[in-house]
Design a protein. Structure first.
Lengths: 241, 241
DNA sequence: CGTACAATTGACGAGATTCAATCTTAGTGG
DNA sequence: CCACTAAGATTGAATCTCGTCAATTGTACG
């Protein structure tokens, strides 16, 4: 399987031996470049391979009540359709937000790998556990937070995930999202997202221009968002106590 | 591990050999009875065992922005804290809604079992995949649907999950939830939940009294909710084509 | 330099919240 | 068996957050 970012992520979450890492690296894969808006997998497709995001961003989206709802963003190192190994019918569009690069690995090859290295099964299960925790936090975000803390929470999450794979330092990151994308993810209208972002700017909490987002007052922002990064760390045990 | 409902669920999702089923059944466990409102696991606890819900309902909840947000309901056969095997620090309260019975299985015993029967690792991973799909649907529900379809969708989901374990037939089920519980799950106020339920009653879509919910016009209700049960089935492949 | 798309702004409306009161129901003790 | 109590369900009124509509401005790209 490709790419150091995935290995980085998995190592952050699980302990993998050198041979397991090598087996991952040795997986056959195909690389594909995507442009903004390209759809990787369509809703209804039957999938026979998994996708590893190598660079850029993907989003999972589906039209609900005539509204395009984004239910997940993916950053490099993520495997957005890992679940297709269990449930091959895809029920969302997976699409590139900004240009991106992906690698695809066939289910067949992946299953063989997991048979040979059971610890990898466990490690990938751990990936699913973290993805579930992210969804859970989105549920809370959409269910309980007003617009400002809701947007703040999403930005904190993205910043932390990008940091984990070395794509954000000092709170600065490249983010090719439009305000419409944010609106679709936060369950708000573009108009209201616009006003919310302006408010975040006015309070000097963020700086966002020409696809570069900078979190200016990280502590204050995380306070407003009630953000706690523990759910993104596979091993909070190391961060605690 | 205890209980036929879990086996039923796992069999619905994965193929398990007799010996694997027997190994599951043979796991040592402790049974506990809970009263309404009892907390199984507290936010912040370090968990050393997993919980299998045998009867009744559990809910996962946490206070977000001074609001109690429920991010999941669990029905018999579910393992609400399966993820604690990977991330032992629990970041939500898990509490009994109505009386319930649970069985606890130590992580140690479970890990040993998974070492002996790799197929069970895969099967439990599949459980996590389904739980993630449920979260994803909640994200969409909270992000995109107005109150009426939102409540309808939740009721359809619960009915389907209860059906899977034989606890709902003909759309009738025992449901010990208060309107406040629904409100916490749907991200709405109790007042608005009340009005929404009245509207569902007025349209003769549901009948709900003395803890018994009946879905009267299932097709119509699912249409309003845009509900599709595929995400709850581990093997949509069998339901399709 | 025009075109298309994203961002911004203002005015208005609707869905949902809040507050507060009342009604209903189930459980309790006398 | 019934009054008493507490929790849940219901109702009305006022309010507010956020959505919709529609127009305008800004910006990247050919």
């Amino acid at each position: 399987m490709p790419h150091q970012k995935l290995i980085e992520r998995l190592l952050a979450v699980s302990r993998l031996s050198k041979s397991e890492q090598n087996a991952l690296v040795g997986l056959p894969y195909a690389v594909r470049n995507l442009a903004d808006g390209d759809i990787v997998v369509h809703q209804g497709d039957r999938s026979s391979c998994c996708t590893v995001l190598m660079s850029g961003f993907l989003s999972r989206q589906r039209v609900i009540s005539e509204r395009n709802q984004i239910s997940a963003f993916y950053v490099p190192g993520d495997i957005p359709d890992l679940h297709s190994l269990h449930v091959p019918i895809i029920d969302h569009d997976l699409c590139s937000t900004g240009p991106s690069t992906i690698a695809t690995v066939s289910h067949v090859a992946l299953r063989q790998l997991l048979r040979d290295f059971p610890a990898l099964t466990y490690a990938l299960w751990g990936e699913t556990v973290i993805q579930a925790a992210i969804y859970r936090n989105w549920v809370e975000n959409l269910g309980a937070r007003a617009a400002l803390p809701r947007v703040a929470h999403l930005l904190c999450e993205l910043a932390t995930r990008l940091q984990q794979v070395g794509l954000a330092s000092g709170g600065r990151m490249n983010l090719p999202f439009t305000q419409g994308d944010l609106a679709d993810a936060c369950g708000l209208s573009t108009v209201h997202i616009n006003r919310t972002i302006q408010e975040l700017r006015r309070r000097r909490l963020i700086d966002w221009q020409s696809q570069t987002l900078e979190l200016l007052e990280r502590v204050e922002l995380e306070f407003i968002a009630e953000f706690n990064q523990d759910y993104l760390l596979g091993r909070p045990s190391l961060a605690q106590h």
